[in-house]
Design a protein around this ligand. Structure first.
Ligand code: UDX
Length: 548
């Protein structure tokens, strides 16, 4: 890697920013520049408030962008990071200069699904990618290695090679495919300890040599046996297949959840039972409202399009069904809610807990709540409220408004976004849990309140317990559960209180709701028995329900 002095990452987004930061961290001698057309995005990357929130990212950026000292803790947590450092991560809008300097150019611009023309809804919209590629073709220095980080259709490397030879005839360039497998919320971890690194190249000596250069770059922190070199088509397709297979597992278990709801089976028990088969494994078997997020839908659409283009219509149909089942999951959920009110939501208030596509993120793209809200609105309820601990109101509205516009008589004034969960649920007839946020789980703290007598927990109102194992409060005797430890104040009593202080208090929600007090658990994460003890009627995805 001695010959590599400058790397340019095109696209300061979700993939480009963290990838650049981790590369800079492991290669203090290389200058990494992140390029974007949008000056406000560049400004945000240069500010203390990064546009991407990922655990650990702030620390890495402070070291490589600001030259912050590495603390001992950082050195320990980021093992094998060189400690002799200089500032080597920069953000810029000056494309020509930045591209011209680079020995390696990573393309990390967005490649959404095409919404117009041939392949609308399936094919990948390559407008941004091709635009950026033309700029790269114009300014890149001879011998530069161009790397596809963006998720692209199979055959793109070949197409880019042709584009380069048309725009810069006779100038040598190599094009590699090196897809990203990072998930939101674990981007830095996925980058620093990846399961694998995939590098696809042309089957020529210069292609293999370029792949070797990129391999050496990663080998600074990734064990070599985790770096796979393949041909470019395999690498491009493997990225799509990885996401399609993950989505397929979720759709498969969701299709089973539909059977469970009509029988006595419990889908969580099934996931556990099958997940223990090492050939199946336990991950991505959680039934819920389906998969959301920015990748799965577009990558499956892309595979369908590839199948169609190759005349493989049965195969395209197979993959398309994964999305069909995914959408069905929300339809069945909304239908269950409506059925529980005998088909009449008029005059009812429904509270939605969670709008992000998964827990611990504020990302609202492909939110699962949108479809649910749209279907409920068709029944003209009095009010729908939304609470999400991480989402910004403007992001929620941006996703929701086009969906509501499709509903006849759909009226945005019926939908209210609250920053306080108790206000959102106050006087609601039903609460719908849409995101698997930890804060929504029925915490020990909440369940103890109703279970004081039976479980023998401590008085979580905090008025009585001072560390004793048994005590009396308001004339009632209490015994601390045998496994419980208490630091002296109930509010610090970790065995009893929820680990997250902001966990919602279900008893408080129950108190302020209107009958029939339904809780619809769209993620199968709530303690059904505990909630029922608090006076709720509970309906959870993937299990039959006897509440009436
Ligand atoms: C995904 C891939 O995991 C990642 O490797 C790829 O690079 C980008 O796409 P991400 O979209 O961040 O990452 O989310 P992920 O954690 O995979 O979850 C996707 C969706 O599936 C979420 O809506 C999640 O709630 C849902 N899910 C996940 C389930 O419903 N059940 C599960 O068992 C797992």
């Amino acid at each position: 890697t001695e010959s590599i002095r400058n790397i340019c990452v095109v696209g300061a987004g979700y993939v480009g920013g963290p990838t650049a930061a981790v590369l800079a961290l492991h290669h203090p001698t290389i200058t990494v520049e992140v390029l974007d057309k949008d000056p406000s995005r560049i400004q945000r990357w240069e500010s203390p408030h990064l546009p991407v929130h990922e655990p650990g990212l702030d620390t890495v950026v402070r070291i490589v962008r600001d030259g912050a000292e590495m603390t001992e803790e950082t050195i320990l947590s980021l093992s094998s990071v060189p400690t002799k450092r200089r500032q080597n991560l920069f953000f810029t809008c000056e494309s020509a200069k930045s591209i011209a300097r680079a020995d390696i150019i990573l393309m990390a611009v967005n490649t959404p699904t095409k919404t117009f023309g041939i392949g609308a809804g399936c094919a990948t919209n390559m407008t941004v990618f091709d635009g950026a590629m033309r700029e790269v073709a114009t300014h890149a220095k001879p011998g530069a290695i161009i790397v596809e980080k963006s998720t692209v259709p199979g055959g793109t490397a070949e197409r880019v090679r042709k584009m380069l030879s048309t725009l810069r005839p006779g100038v040598p360039f190599e094009v590699l495919s090196n897809p990203e497998f990072l998930a939101e919320g674990s981007a830095v971890k996925n980058l620093t300890t990846p399961d694998r690194i995939l590098i696809g190249s042309a089957p020529t000596p210069s292609g293999r040599q370029a792949a070797q250069t990129l391999t050496n770059l990663y080998a600074a922190w990734v064990p070599r046996d985790r770096i796979l070199e393949t041909n470019a088509w395999s690498s491009e397709l493997a990225k799509l297949v990885a996401n399609a297979m993950l989505a397929q597992r979720i759709s498969s278990i969701n299709a089973i959840s539909a059977i469970c709801e009509k029988t006595g089976a419990n889908v969580n028990e099934i996931s556990d039972a099958i997940g223990r088969d090492v050939r199946i494994g336990p991950q991505f078997l959680k039934a819920g409202l389906g998969w959301g997020g920015s990748c799965f839908r577009k990558d499956i659409a892309s595979i369908c399009w590839i199948c169609e283009s190759l005349g493989l219509s049965e195969e395209a149909h197979y993959w398309r069904q994964i999305t069909v089942i995914n959408e069905r999951q929300r339809q069945r959920f909304a239908r269950r809610v409506i059925d529980r009110f005998d088909g009449n939501l008029v005059g009812r208030k429904l509270a939605i807990l969670g709008f992000a596509f998964k827990k611990n993120t504020g990302d609202t793209r492909e939110s699962l709540a949108v479809d649910v809200i749209r279907m409920l609105l068709e029944e003209r309820p009095a009010e729908i409220t939304i609470f999400d601990p991480y989402c910004r109101e403007e992001d929620i509205l941006r996703e929701l408004e086009p969906a509501i516009a499709q509903v006849p008589h759909g009226d945005m004034s019926i939908v209210k976004i609250h920053a306080d969960p108790y206000l959102a649920c106050s006087h609601a007839h039903a609460v719908l849990v849409v995101t698997d946020c930890d804060q929504f789980r029925l915490s020990k703290r909440s369940s103890m309140r109703s279970d004081l007598d039976s479980v023998g927990g401590c008085d979580v109102t905090g008025t009585a317990h001072t560390g004793a194992r048994s005590w009396t409060h308001a004339g009632v005797s209490y015994q601390l559960a045998p496994q419980a430890k208490c630091a002296g104040d109930c509010r610090d009593c970790h065995m009893i209180l929820a680990p997250q202080s902001e966990a919602i208090e279900w008893p408080r929600i129950a108190y302020n709701m209107e009958e029939p007090k339904w809780v619809f658990d769209g993620r199968g994460v709530l303690d059904v028995g505990g909630l029922e003890k608090l006076g709720f009627r509970v309906d959870a995805v993937g299990r039959a329900n006897n509440s009436s």
